[in-house]
Design a protein around this ligand. Structure first.
Ligand SMILES: *Cc1c(COP(=O)(O)O)cnc(C)c1O
Length: 460
């Protein structure tokens, strides 16, 4: 039996060379606290009789493990092996290299966020983004806020506070994580005027609903569901025609903004901001971190006079973007100016654009490495999803590496999740599936190491 007196005091642990080497970075407080936590655990084990001997080296290694976790923090690189390109739990869009660098630079030093370097005078943080967004969407003006939810609330507030906004019943969506159109509308202070039926809304329904209290007509893209069968939606052109006749702006909540024709990579039915603008929407709203492939942000592009009203709303201040977001977004939008560059540099677009043959080759590359390490698996055809509140039904053909069945795929998946880097995979019928579409080239080696290190004993 071990006795409590055999446990070393904290000050003795602090001079252990491996622990001492972390004092500079983490500070005495944090290191001592970790020592005390581990000691408390050992003390309990001794009292309960589950620890028979005090192994100083094991104790030290447990402390080092704890300190290591503190060094890493909660947020860490996660290898996305699910094939879901826009995975909201994994931060949606990974940034282009240039965009990530811009965010880093903006964060690390001072920058001319609201300063015109030519004149030395104050300027708007929105100007550089406004210019790019106008170029890309064809809008007269634009502004950027924290996300599309903020863009929606702000726009409704600025254009329709205390007045009615007409929306089709078929478009009263919930995006998940508390974005529900009726609640968003209530939060904004605008009054929702629902028209039509779930599956059918005609232009006449909108017209009948318009009265002296109406401030706008609104179209909401049904991003994450589709109504099938006997359905009818009113087109943007029809809404704009009605809006023009009655002098009402049409607000377009597009959700995801696909600047380049998404059908070119096999995705149909996604809203294109420049199309809404061309069709005459007064403003179109879309996210920065969906198909645009940039940082979390919400774009508002449209008529100059309306953008000015939106920017003057006091709520604008509460939802304005920070410098790192704006810097990353500026670079992302610049990359979009050339579709070829966008496809090459913006991860979301290049992942979605991969051909089936490219995906087969990538999966085969992983397969070869696993074979060389003796890990059994199959290479099979499958399909992936885009995710992130977009394109619910679009199945993208893909190739996957399917790991062996051991009856406890959940256990293996957990070992993968808690490793460094973390690995997130899909599980289907108790098999782990690895889709390399969403795995960066530089992550393939670490992925192989993680799979080998965590594999169940019997498949070793
Ligand atoms: C995703 C989405 C939103 C919310 O966008 P966030 O940028 O996540 O706030 C709003 N409206 C629609 C139609 C969407 O698809």
């Amino acid at each position: 039996m071990a006795s409590l007196r055999e446990l070393p005091p904290v000050h003795k642990l602090l001079v252990e060379p491996r622990i001492a080497s972390l004092l500079y970075e983490l500070g005495q407080q944090v290191v001592s606290e970790s020592c005390r936590d581990v000691l408390a655990h050992w003390r309990q084990g001794i009292q309960e009789g589950t620890i028979a001997t005090v192994d100083f080296d094991l104790l030290t290694r447990q402390i080092l493990l704890k300190l290591n976790q503190k060094q890493i923090g909660h947020f860490r690189e996660t290898i996305n092996a699910t094939g879901i390109v826009l995975h909201t739990n994994l931060g949606r869009a990974p940034l282009a290299e240039a965009a990530a660098k811009a965010a880093y630079e903006a964060g690390r030093h001072y920058l001319n966020l609201e300063l015109d370097l030519d004149t030395g005078e104050r300027s708007s943080r929105q100007n550089p983004l406004r210019k790019l967004l106008c170029q890309l969407t064809g809008a007269e003006s634009a502004t950027v806020v924290n996300n599309c939810a903020a863009a929606t609330i702000l726009t409704l507030r600025a254009l329709a506070l205390g007045r009615e906004v007409v929306v089709s019943r078929g478009q009263l969506i919930e995006i998940g994580g508390s974005f529900r159109m009726p609640e968003i509308m209530a939060t904004s202070g605008a009054i929702l005027k629902e028209v039509g039926a779930t599956n059918i809304t005609r232009i006449g329904d909108y017209e009948k609903a318009v009265g002296p209290q109406t401030a706008a007509l609104m179209r909401v893209h049904t991003s994450n569901f589709r109504i099938k069968g006997f359905t009818q939606e009113t087109s943007m052109e029809e809404l704009v025609e009605l809006g023009n006749r009655l002098q009402l702006p049409v607000i377009d909540d597009a959700g995801s903004g696909a600047i380049h024709d998404p059908t070119s990579y096999g995705l149909a039915g996604e809203p294109i901001p420049q199309e809404a603008i061309r069709q005459g929407a007064a403003v179109t709203l879309f996210s920065g971190d969906k198909l645009l492939g940039g940082p979390q942000a919400g774009m508002i592009a449209g008529k100059k006079e309306l953008i000015q009203r939106i920017e003057k709303d006091p709520f604008m201040r509460a939802v304005r973007c920070d410098k790192m977001t704006l810097a990353a977004l500026e670079r992302t939008l610049q990359l979009h100016l050339d579709p070829e560059v966008a496809r090459r540099e913006i991860p979301v677009i290049s992942m979605l654009s991969k051909t089936k043959e490219e995906l087969r080759q990538k999966a085969a590359g992983l397969s070869e490495k696993l074979m060389a390490r003796g890990l059994q698996h199959d290479l099979v055809e499958d399909h992936a999803f885009v995710g992130g509140g977009t394109l619910p039904e679009e199945k993208l053909p893909t190739w996957i590496v399917r790991l062996p069945q051991d009856g406890a795929a959940g256990e293996w998946a957990k070992r993968l999740r808690i490793g460094t880097p973390a690995v997130l995979a899909r599980i289907e019928r108790d098999r782990i599936l690895i889709d390399t579409r969403t795995v960066f080239d530089e992550q393939i080696e670490p992925l192989v190491e993680a799979l080998i290190a965590t594999r169940p004993k019997e498949s070793a």
